[in-house]
Ligand binder design. Sequence first.
Ligand code: HAM
Length: 426
Amino acid sequence: MTSRQIQAIRGMNDILPEEALLWEFFEDTARAWLRAYGYRAIRTPILERTELFVRSIGAVTDIVEKEMYTFIDELNGESLTLRPEGTASCVRAVIEHNLLYSGPQRLWYWGPMFRHERPQKGRYRQFHQVGVEALGFGGPDIDAEHIVMCARLWRMLGLDGVALELNTLGGSDARARYRARLVKYLERHRESLDDDSKRRLHTNPLRVLDSKNPVMQELIEGAPRLADDLDEDSLRHFSDLQAKLRSVGIAFALNPRLVRGLDYYNGAVYEWVTDRLGAQGTVCAGGRYDGLIAQIGGKPAPACGFAMGVERLLALVSDGAASASRSAPDVYLVHQGAAADPFAEQVAERLRDHRVNVLLHCGGGSFKSQMKKADASGARFALIVGDDEAQAGEVSIKPLRELAEQVRVSIEEAADLIKKSVISDS
Ligand code: HAM
């Protein structure tokens, strides 16, 4: 009797080898892109104290109220949470290790995030983000840098049709004034609010504007606008940012309804959206969060950043882009014979010293069956080692993807030949 199979958790995906190729292409591209702008990596734990997210993302947000994977550590009774996003952890680490002491920091991180949302295409319970944070920078030049960076990454990935939406949320005074006006308005229309909005009316009224419920749209259209309460500083910051974007030719649309689902934002916020992914069209989002560092115990300092959803971006990347990154080995090494087998292992290592990618046949079998595997591997060459070759300290090399003679050469000559052919092909 076979045992019952165990399957992955709903909303948490395996990335199988074929698909992993596309991920590697993305990771390589992203690393080169981040280096080009002088960002340095920071790696933080996946598990944090729950309080970190409550205090940064906000107690009355969807994420904290209903989407976090939280549990009690039975050893000490502490409440812990799988990170639902990366900004809070990054800021915590920067404060804890006093990184701002040596000046402003340009940082990035990458990895899985966890949100207990209802899974659907483009929305998962474990998903991946590449996040970028600039801490200690206050001017609109860095906001512009982030947006320009994103535009470059879309080009590097061969994406088009990703549009930029911009808004500004203003400083905390402006937000408080606006909140009061909005609550008054929503209270006047209480009978038209759906249950979610009624619940948010006094806890997080700005989020009512984010409602996707069609019956709420007319009410939302008629709501007072934050723009009328904005302070001079944020208006100036926002118009400087827009001028910078225009000067480098980055198109954007102003969206006064863009409020973001995390409470730490103030000032300029933005989302990159596509209409090619259905309801989950936001591929990247971010903005200013000047109050967050102080809010979680650091010395006040301005900051801003963004994060992109890797699964959503990869759904837009064409297969052509991915096939640019080859997965096939350069060489499949077939071998048979008492002297040949140990010699083949040495040959494989010597070739790898020369940066040749070698798939060494394992598991025995006839030359014929091994050659079939070599063909199927997609390798450019089969390297054949029998006892004859082993005694002479040589290898036979057979091109698999072009009509050419098999030749017998030294290991060094084989390495040269393979490298030349790989380089001329790339
Ligand atoms: P966020 O808007 O919550 O912001 O997430 C950023 C991006 O992560 C989204 O635009 C989306 O592409 C992706 N994403 C979010 N949830 C899911 C999900 N369940 N499944 C798949 N993809 C998802 C943040 O997380 C902020 N920390 C961004 C930031 C960094 N702001 C400043 N610095």
